[in-house]
Design a binder for this molecule. Structure first.
Ligand code: F6R
Length: 258
């Protein structure tokens, strides 16, 4: 794991965008795993800028989103389909047929989940996965208690996540109770992972994920088992970490590493 602590949100967003761009420059037909929520908005904004001003090319890229609310049609303003088109896809040159987002309205969820897993494999696996983290330590919608070997499936949201996400809806009663989400096991198969976090509200979850035990009570802690994960944090979200000085020391010494 690499822990990078930056001054603020803009810096983590820019650095994440640079890693995405490096990935696409090395492999123009890379498979990206994408997240929704407030956290990756700055990253998506920067990717749009890089596309428009620097010609960053998405024409051969395939994307798989982490999750979707069950019951929200694609055109619902809070669906993750809508979010992705509004905040990224409609502004870049990605091919519509290369975009995969779990369906929140399929008639057969089990079959859909199996198909989604199979499509990831058929597309060659995820090269770079973008993640946020929930205040309860979830990644995607793998709430506390999710199996660390879980695959794409239906997951019941916790009341904390419903409360956290109520800010996007008229009231918490309108937040769907169920989601369809990639599993922890699915995410861990990505070749490279970047988890972004900002703000003091994430400090406890970030510390549990990085320095706590590997436990299904904080599913992001499973990233300790992954061999190429970068945590990109602002000062506030890193506020509860105990080893901050060492993480900074590593960054300072990196240019001279053999
Ligand atoms: C979204 C997702 C979630 C969010 C997490 C943080 O696709 O998978 O795990 O990353 O809930 O959400 P924000 O960024 O809104 O704080």
């Amino acid at each position: 794991m690499e822990i990078i602590i930056q001054d603020g949100y803009e810096a983590i967003s820019t650095q994440a965008a640079q890693i995405v761009a490096q990935t696409l420059n090395a492999k123009p037909d890379a498979v990206l795993g994408l997240a929704t929520g407030s956290t990756p908005l700055g990253l998506y904004k920067e990717l749009i800028r890089m596309h428009q001003q620097e010609g960053l090319d998405f024409s051969q890229v395939t994307t798989f989103n982490l999750d979707e609310y069950v019951g929200l049609p694609k055109q619902h303003s809070q669906s993750y389909h809508y979010f992705m088109h509004e905040n990224l896809f409609q502004h870049i040159n990605i091919s519509e047929q290369n975009i995969y987002i779990p369906s929140g309205t399929t008639s057969n969820y089990q079959a859909f989940c199996e198909w989604y897993e199979q499509r990831i494999v058929e597309c060659g696996g995820i090269d770079l996965q973008i993640l946020g983290i929930g205040s309860d330590g979830h990644m995607a919608f793998n709430e506390p208690g999710s199996s660390l070997g879980s695959r794409t499936r239906i997951k019941t949201l916790t009341s904390q996540t419903i409360e956290d996400n109520a800010r996007f809806f008229e009231s918490s009663d309108e937040v769907p109770v169920y989601s369809i989400t990639m599993g922890v096991g699915t995410i861990l198969e990505a070749r490279k992972i970047i988890l972004l976090a900002n703000g003091a509200g994430k400090a406890e979850a970030v510390a549990a994920a990085i320095e706590g035990p590997v436990t299904s009570m904080c599913t992001a802690s499973a990233l300790q088992m992954h061999r190429d994960t970068i945590f990109l944090l602002d000062q506030e979200s890193a506020g509860n970490l105990k080893m901050t000085q060492y993480y900074q020391w590593i960054q300072d010494k990196m240019p001279g590493a053999p």
